[in-house]
Design a binder for this molecule. Structure first.
Ligand code: PLP
Length: 355
C-alpha cells in the first residue's frame, strides 16, 4: 500500500475510486465517459452533486452552486471580473504563491489592488493578523489555506465589503460559515474530486452586477447560473466522481467528522515534528495548516538518508515545494491516520539511527 502525501491532485477514498472506475465501464449500460451531459442520468448527477455541496457546507438559501472548468487559476480571473464594481479596486491578503496569482490576474483586468496585508517578509510562513481592512474597495480576497507554505487562516477576516475566498486546498476539510462570503471558489482536486471541475459557491446578489466592459460569455457567472452549469459541456467524469466523494463524506459524518479526523492527523504529525530533534516546522505554530504540513531537517547533510528512507517506505509526494524546501506532508480528507502513523514511525526510526 502506498501512502500518498502529495499536494494534489490527491487521493480520494478507495470506495470512491472503485465506484468511479465501475462507472467508466458501465453507467446504466453506457460508460460515464460517453453519456450526454444533457441526458436525464447526468442531469440527476449534477443535481445531486449540487445538493450534496449544499448539505455538506450548510450553504444557506440565496447561494448558487456551480461546477465550471479552468481550475482555481481561471477562478482568479472569473472572481475579479464578476466582483468588479464602481471603485475598480480590491483588497487582497498576500499569503503566498496562489494569493499572488489572484492578485496578478485581477490587475491584468484593470483592478487596482490594495495589498493591505502580506506575509512575504518571512517567506509566507505565517498568516498576517494586524491590518486595517480597506473599505473603499469592491471586494476583499484571501486564500484560506496556503498549500505551498503550509499556513491556514483560523478565522474569517472581518469586513463589511463583499468577501471572496480561494478555498481550493481546504474546502470540505472543516466547517465554514458560508454566509460570510459572497463568492467561494475551489479547484476540485484536493478534497472534492478529480481535477477538471472547479466549484463556485456564489451569493445570488452578486450575479450580473459587474462593471467590467470586458466580459466574455464564459467568464460571466450569471450565464452559468442561468444554465445550471450546463452552458457548455461540463466535465462529466470529474463532477460524477465529486458527487460520489460527497456522498462518501456525508455518510462518514460530514465535514464535522472530517474536521476531527484532520485535526487528529495534524496533531500527530506536528507533535512529531516538534519533539524530534532532527526536524523543525516551517510555518509559525499558530498558523499551521491541517492540510499541508511543511517541515525541514535541522541538518541538511542528512537529506539523502531521509529521502532514501521515506522513498523506500512506500511514501509518496513528501518532497517540499521549491519555494520552501524541505518536506511537505499533505493530509487531505482521504489520507488515513494510519498513513500519518507510518510517516511518524519512520521519522522516529530515522532519528534513532541518526540522532
Ligand atoms: C490554494 C490554491 N489556489 C489555486 C491553485 C491553482 O489551482 P488550479 O491548478 O486548479 O488552477 C492551487 C493549486 O494547487 C491551490 O492550492
Amino acid at each position: 500500500m502506498k501512502h500518498n502525501f502529495g499536494a494534489g491532485p490527491c487521493i480520494l477514498p478507495q470506495e470512491v475510486f472503485k465506484e468511479a472506475a465501475d462507472a467508466v465501464v458501465n453507467f446504466n449500460g453506457l460508460s460515464i465517459l460517453e453519456i450526454s451531459h444533457r441526458s436525464a442520468d447526468f442531469i440527476k448527477v449534477m443535481e445531486e452533486a449540487r445538493e450534496l455541496v449544499r448539505k455538506a457546507l450548510a450553504v444557506p438559501e440565496g447561494y448558487t452552486i456551480l461546477f465550471l472548468q479552468g481550475g482555481a487559476s481561471l477562478g482568479f480571473t472569473i472572481t475579479a471580473l464578476n466582483m468588479m464594481r464602481d471603485s475598480k479596486k480590491a483588497g487582497y491578503i498576500n499569503t503566498g504563491t496562489w494569493a499572488k496569482g489572484a492578485i496578478s490576474e485581477s490587475e491584468a483586468i484593470g483592478i487596482g489592488t490594495n495589498i493591505f496585508a502580506s506575509s512575504e517578509d518571512r517567506n509566507f510562513c505565517y498568516i498576517p493578523k494586524e491590518y486595517n481592512i480597506p473599505t473603499d474597495v469592491d471586494y476583499i480576497h484571501y486564500t484560506s489555506n496556503n498549500t505551498i507554505f503550509g499556513t491556514q487562516f483560523k478565522s474569517i477576516p472581518v469586513t463589511s465589503s463583499p468577501l471572496v475566498c480561494d478555498m481550493s486546498s481546504d474546502i470540505f476539510a472543516q466547517k465554514v460559515d458560508v454566509s460570510k462570503f459572497d463568492l467561494i471558489y475551489a479547484g476540485a482536486q484536493k478534497n472534492l474530486g478529480p481535477a477538471g471541475s472547479t466549484l463556485y459557491i456564489v451569493k445570488d446578489d452578486i450575479l450580473g452586477k459587474s462593471t467590467s466592459e470586458f466580459m466574455p460569455k464564459y467568464l460571466n457567472l450569471k450565464n452559468h447560473a442561468a444554465k445550471d452549469s450546463m452552458m457548455n459541456t461540463p466535465p462529466v467524469f470529474s463532477i460524477y466522481t465529486a458527487m460520489l466523494n460527497l456522498r462518501h463524506l456525508i455518510k462518514n459524518g460530514g465535514v464535522e467528522k472530517a474536521e476531527q479526523r484532520n485535526l487528529a492527523k495534524a496533531e500527530l504529525l506536528y507533535n512529531e515534528i516538534d519533539s524530534n530533534p532532527l526536524f523543525k516546522g516551517a510555518a509559525d505554530v499558530a498558523d499551521r495548516s491541517t492540510m499541508n504540513a511543511t517541515f525541514l531537517l535541522n541538518n541538511d547533510s542528512l537529506k539523502d538518508e531521509f529521502d532514501k528512507m521515506w522513498n523506500g517506505a512506500n511514501i509518496i509526494g513528501l518532497k517540499g515545494h521549491r519555494s520552501v524546501g524541505g518536506y511537505r506532508a499533505s493530509m487531505y480528507n482521504a489520507l488515513t491516520i494510519d498513513s500519518v502513523k507510518v510517516l511518524v514511525d519512520l521519522m522516529n526510526e530515522f532519528t534513532r539511527k541518526n540522532g
